[in-house]
Design a protein around this ligand. Structure first.
Ligand SMILES: [Zn+2]
Ligand SMILES: [Zn+2]
Length: 310
């Protein structure tokens, strides 16, 4: 019999449909090969991207950041959100949309990079978030990765994106609201429970990874710092390496499944405990999910965690 489960803090439900359960390797990969003529992210094509924002490394760069050529938002126009005739709330699509290319090597994925390289990627996220927040019109900086076609990318060369914009995302607002209802940080409490649970995946001195109790995606994985910190600016330098070690472990396992995935950085504004959500895209949300907001997941998080641990 399946089980209806609620997210730790959000009013978000999933149905863990064990009757349809499959074994890990029965999840057929969604990953399709992307074919492109010229790669604009490769060394030698630097002049084909918009003007570089920053790089790690000198002539032969290791990480490169530049504006997205097809930006969803731009730092122009009027960022004030206003309402006309009761129902028409709008502003100009204000903000910055950046691309972060994590390696000059066209054939490597984030999982393939060394731990120090992955740590540097997170240091770049920190710098770019801090820089974007200097604009008082920016309310939040979303950093994410779309890996593979099934996760929404059309470019093979590994990269992350950053969208800094003029509203607080609803999902972050809800998490902040829910955290306020608890006396102590609920994420800290969840960590102390999950580290002894069947859902625990990896742990080191500073971070823990587990499959969340109400996983929305097969093999969904969350990574949290064990100490209560809200954002990358509060990281100690060595913690970037500890985070990179866990991220690499999770991504190497997903590579075994050849799974497309999204990785979303969730940082707190007032109270919310920093976390990273890694969401493999091995299933398609359909009418039930769209019509109800309740998500059917055919992989139990307990079995998914076992796959990560072996
Ligand atoms: Zn390339
Ligand atoms: Zn906490």
């Amino acid at each position: 019999m399946g089980e209806l489960r609620k997210d730790y803090i959000l009013d978000r439900y999933v149905i863990i449909a064990t009757e349809r359960a499959k074994r890990p390797h029965e999840f057929t990969s969604t990953s399709e090969k992307i074919i492109e003529k010229t790669c604009f992210f490769c060394p030698g094509s630097e002049n084909l991207t918009p003007k570089e924002i920053m790089r790690i490394g000198k002539e032969n760069w290791d990480i490169r950041v530049f504006p997205n050529k097809f930006a969803a938002v731009k730092a122009a126009g009027n960022p004030t959100v206003r309402t006309d005739n009761d129902f028409y709330t709008f502003s100009d699509a204000y903000g910055n949309h950046e691309v972060i290319v994590e390696t000059p090597n066209h054939d490597k994925s984030l999982a393939d990079l060394s731990i120090p390289q992955i740590a540097d990627v997170f240091r770049v996220f920190k710098t770019r978030i801090e820089e974007n927040l200097k604009d008082p019109q920016i309310r939040y900086v979303s950093v994410f990765k779309n890996h593979g076609k099934g996760a929404g990318t059309s470019i093979q060369h590994t990269h992350c994106q950053l969208v800094a914009y003029n509203i607080l995302p609803e999902i972050i607002r809800q998490k902040e609201e829910k955290v306020k209802l608890h006396k102590d940080c609920p994420y800290c409490s969840v960590i102390s429970r999950e580290r002894d649970s069947l859902r625990r995946c990896f742990e080191n001195d500073s971070f823990i990874s587990f499959t969340p109790y109400a996983s929305r995606f097969p093999f969904e994985n969350w990574i949290l710092p064990k100490r209560h910190i809200l954002n990358l600016s509060q990281f100690e330098d060595k913690e970037f390496g500890s985070l990179a070690e866990i991220v690499k472990k999770v991504l190497m396992k997903l590579k075994e499944l050849n799974a497309d995935y999204n990785m979303c950085i969730q940082y707190g504004i007032e109270n919310m405990h920093f976390h990273i959500e890694i969401c493999p895209r091995l299933a398609t949300w359909a009418g039930f999910e769209l019509g109800t907001g309740t998500i059917i997941n055919t992989m139990t998080p307990e079995n998914a965690a076992e796959f990560y641990r072996i």
